[in-house]
Ligand binder design. Structure first.
Ligand code: NAD
Length: 291
């Protein structure tokens, strides 16, 4: 398939490389001049998009996506698919899909989970919003870049699924870390706590798969000095997107707001930037009841 790929950063570069090594004809563009093996370099976003059956974008945020979409939509062939894999706000995803559809294109929002490791190994999970026809055309590409793609409904629903998932993840990681810090102060051994909770009703992905306590549970960033993994500032970005969506949809997300406030302090006022989001545990174990 002829593919345009715009935004070849930490995630986009390995995704584009995997598509090229699977035999697709990939032309890429990145404002930072990134070159990826097997990917033909274009001199503009419109140049990468022209003549492609599918144009994939992997960009930092909704404002950049809107600007890039304004440039590439007029350059794309009728019937082509605009496949955005960035994590952006639901309103931007829906606005870009509306513009694409008005120009006779198919549009999908397909944010991912799995991080840089998943992008490199081709094991990402895609949460996809948009029309079924576009999902059918892009399915073979999801198979190359990932292990699973779930069609979540119309435009914007992929982003909705991603931010709902990550709001659960952020709040759950915090309370898991709070429980470990509390257990320490109560004299409860961390391994005993893990053995009980990971097989009881408090279990979660944060506890069972990504345990924030070093030396306890499966290998996780806690065992390598909290090198990310999933960086605290990326969790903060996703929690902010969840809160923006909650405001826009008039939803009550009390714990999501508390999680956003705590990660904002950790990243912006303390030493959390550049650390894994599970480094909330060493932060909490240093603190007392008054915060
Ligand atoms: P990144 O900053 O490494 O990559 C973004 C790339 O976009 C950069 O190379 C930048 O030069 C390029 N870019 C910016 N403006 C551009 C423009 N106008 N035209 C062309 N290229 C442009 O970010 P990343 O880590 O690759 O993340 C990309 C997206 O994936 C983000 O939305 C992020 O939230 C999401 N995401 C990241 C992870 C992760 O673990 N890194 C996990 C899941 C989702």
């Amino acid at each position: 398939m002829k593919i345009g790929f715009i935004g070849m950063g930490n995630m986009g570069a390995p995704m584009a490389a995997n598509l090229a090594s699977a035999g697709h004809d990939v032309t890429g563009f990145d404002t930072a001049g990134v070159r990826v093996e097997g990917v033909v370099a274009a001199s503009s976003a419109a140049g990468a998009a022209a003549g492609a059956a599918v144009v994939i974008t992997m960009l930092p945020d909704g404002a950049v996506l809107r600007a890039v979409a304004d440039e590439i939509i007029p350059a794309m062939d009728a019937g082509a698919v605009l496949l955005d894999c960035s994590t952006v706000d639901v309103d931007s995803a829906r606005a870009v899909a509306d513009s694409a559809r008005a120009a006779g294109l198919s549009a999908l929002d397909a944010p991912v989970s799995g991080g840089v490791g998943g992008a490199t190994k081709g094991t990402l999970t895609f949460m996809v919003g948009g029309d079924a026809a576009g999902f059918g055309i892009t399915s073979p590409l999801f198979d190359v870049m990932g292990q699973k793609a779930v069609h979540c409904g119309p435009a914007g629903n992929g982003q909705a699924a991603k931010i709902c998932n990550n709001m659960i993840l952020g709040a759950t990681m915090i309370v898991t870390c709070e429980a470990f810090a509390l257990a320490d102060k109560l004299g409860l051994d961390r391994q005993a706590m893990f053995d009980v909770v990971s097989t009881s009703s408090g279990q979660s992905w944060s506890m069972n798969t990504y345990c924030p306590a070093p030396g306890v549970g499966p290998q996780s960033p806690a065992d390598t000095g909290y090198q990310p993994g999933f960086a605290a500032e990326l969790m903060l970005k996703d929690l902010r997107l969840a809160l923006a969506a909650a405001r826009s949809a008039d939803a009550d997300t009390t714990l999501g707001q508390a999680a956003e406030a705590l990660y904002a302090r950790f990243v912006e006022d303390e030493d959390g930037r550049g650390k894994d989001f599970s480094a909330m545990l060493p932060r909490l174990e240093r603190r007392g009841h008054q915060g």
